[in-house]
Design a protein around this ligand. Structure first.
Ligand code: XMP
Length: 512
């Protein structure tokens, strides 16, 4: 197994993801994890992540000396490379030639890190993001590749099996980056690559049991992929010590509430409280049009209702959440720079602060597609595991302007037709997320011999791998025509259909 020491990079989790994809178990710990813990973990290799600090500053993070004393291979990425170099006797400077984004490296030496991927003389695309750079190598190291902004873009001390890269091999913009990481974990560190999601399941179950003991756990279940997988996993670990609370805010899609109840009570035998709070939510949202106020109102009410239900149960010791890795970073900040709140995600943060309970978050390190693999492993039905993501605030953020019961009903009907057609065309699994948006405008149309003056809707369908960037799904016109025809004919109150062709960025997936 491999230990990843985190120096605060936005993409540390991607390193873990690549390592897992190569069949190697890994854990991410903060760089402050003590020597003893690191030794006890007995890693076969250590990866040092990037980070926002500058090693040229006195108070900046350092690599624990134990890491170099273990005698196992070490790979430093960006900040990790710089810290390693400085600590082993090299030099690092802040340079005015900063590199951000795509860059190219020239490979000048062969290395075990590059075996089968890059050779001496090749020029390779990588993704850089650095202001500092190594200017003098520590004893024993040599340069393996250089770039315009970094004379030591890849460095190696093959004898001690210490490696450093100035670029980020973990991001997709470094096309062969995954192969480099694989070389490190397999060839250099000698990991076998046989670890799977079944292993994760066993390990998480053991971890949950260890964390929870005989305590009681409550979990907010929404019927989405994340909370479903979290609930089933935790239930497998601790059975009836878990109670799920399903707060129905009335902004779910057609038939969703029944399905949640049937699946979790019926199929999995999970203790489930179903609280229909739609009246309360609609009343409080009356006249609210600002997207952030909508999100915050829903978030606040959700917490209140959840809290009240938890009180009725007599409280609990732990709160379980299906938080995924992208939820964590996007709530903190988007990409670098000072943190900017793009949207207040209602499922992260609020509950724990209010309820003062310890968190159980078994999916916190995973990405959506990994959660799906885990869900299948747990036997959760495909219609839940394979389901498109659905935001916590539900249909409320797909109705620009104020929200009413009628609008929600109208939107549900449009959404149902759109998704029926997508499934019928066999496109559901090729799309990350597809949904309808009810527009706050009325436009003129003609149906039969009559004039109509009804509402317009927008359809949205995107492809994505993690929800952080997205491309528009390129439906053919025949498909769009068929959907638009059905919507206008079958959903009374809608007389115009548009297709949203904005990617993310600059758009976001949801409209609010
Ligand atoms: P945006 O609209 O920010 O959405 O591009 C990215 C992904 O996140 C989902 N989303 C949410 N999920 N709570 C959630 O659980 C929220 O408050 C929330 N807002 C957006 C969105 O559906 C997309 O998959």
């Amino acid at each position: 197994r491999v230990l990843i020491l985190d120096f605060g990079s936005q993409v540390t989790q991607l390193i873990a993801r690549r390592v897992r994809e190569s069949g190697v178990y890994c854990e991410i710990w903060p760089f402050t994890a003590g020597d003893e813990r690191i030794r006890a973990f007995r890693p076969r290799g250590v990866i040092l992540s990037g980070g926002p600090a500058s090693v040229t500053e006195d108070a900046s993070p350092r690599v624990p000396d134990t890491v170099f004393a273990l005698g196992v291979p070490v790979l430093g990425i960006c900040y990790g490379q710089q810290a390693m170099c400085l600590q082993l006797g090299g030099a690092v400077e802040t340079h005015e030639h900063r590199e951000f984004g795509r860059a190219h490296v020239e490979v000048v030496e062969d290395s075990a890190l590059l075996r089968g991927t890059w050779q001496r003389g090749s020029r390779e695309q990588v993704w850089m993001s650095h202001g500092d750079r190594v200017t003098r190598l520590p004893p024993g190291f040599r340069a393996v590749a250089t770039s315009e902004g970094a004379p030591f873009a890849i460095i190696a001390d093959e004898g001690r099996r210490l490696y450093g890269v100035q670029f980020h091999p973990e991001v997709v913009h470094t096309p062969h980056g995954a192969a480099l990481l694989r070389n490190f974990t397999h060839d250099v560190a000698g990991c076998s690559g046989t670890w799977t999601m079944a292993g994760f399941r066993e390990l998480e179950i053991a971890r949950i049991r260890a964390q929870v003991g005989k305590g009681r756990v409550i979990c907010g279940l929404s019927g989405g992929v994340d909370s479903s997988v979290a609930a089933v996993l935790i239930h497998e670990a601790i059975g009836d010590q878990l109670t799920c609370i399903f707060v129905d805010h009335g902004m779910l899609r057609a038939g969703e509430a029944e399905e949640v109840v049937n699946t979790f009570r019926g199929r999995f035998n999970i203790r489930l409280i179903h609280r229909d709070a739609s009246e309360l939510f609609l009343r409080e949202l009356e006249g609210v049009t600002d997207p952030e106020i909508k999100r915050k109102t829903i978030g606040r009410l959700f917490i209140e209702v959840f809290d009240a239900e938890a009180q009725k149960l007599g409280g609990a010791d732990f709160l379980a959440q299906g938080t995924l890795y992208p939820d964590v970073i996007e709530s903190v900040s988007f990409t670098g720079g000072p943190s900017v709140t793009i949207k207040s995600h209602h499922n992260v943060g609020g509950l724990p602060a209010r309820m003062r309970m310890s968190l159980v978050e078994p999916l916190r390190e995973l990405f959506k597609d990994e959660v799906r693999v885990l869900g299948r492993e747990l036997g959760i039905p495909e219609h839940i595991v394979g389901r498109h993501p659905f935001p916590g605030p539900g249909l409320a953020i797909r109705i620009p302007g104020d929200i009413t019961r009628d609008k929600l009903d109208l939107l549900r009907r449009v959404d149902t037709v759109f998704l029926e057609e997508i499934r019928a065309a066999g496109l559901y699994d090729a799309i990350w997320q597809a949904f309808a948006v009810l527009l706050p405008v009325r436009t003129v149309g003609v149906m039969g011999d009559g004039r109509t003056y009804d509402q317009a809707c927008a359809l949205r369908a995107v492809t994505s791998t993690d929800g952080m960037t997205a491309d528009v799904y390129p439906f053919d016109m025949g498909f769009l025509n068929r959907v638009a025809g059905r919507i206008v004919n079958e959903v009374r109150g809608i007389n115009r259909v548009t297709y949203d062709i904005t990617s993310k960025p600059p758009g976001t997936i949801e409209w609010e």
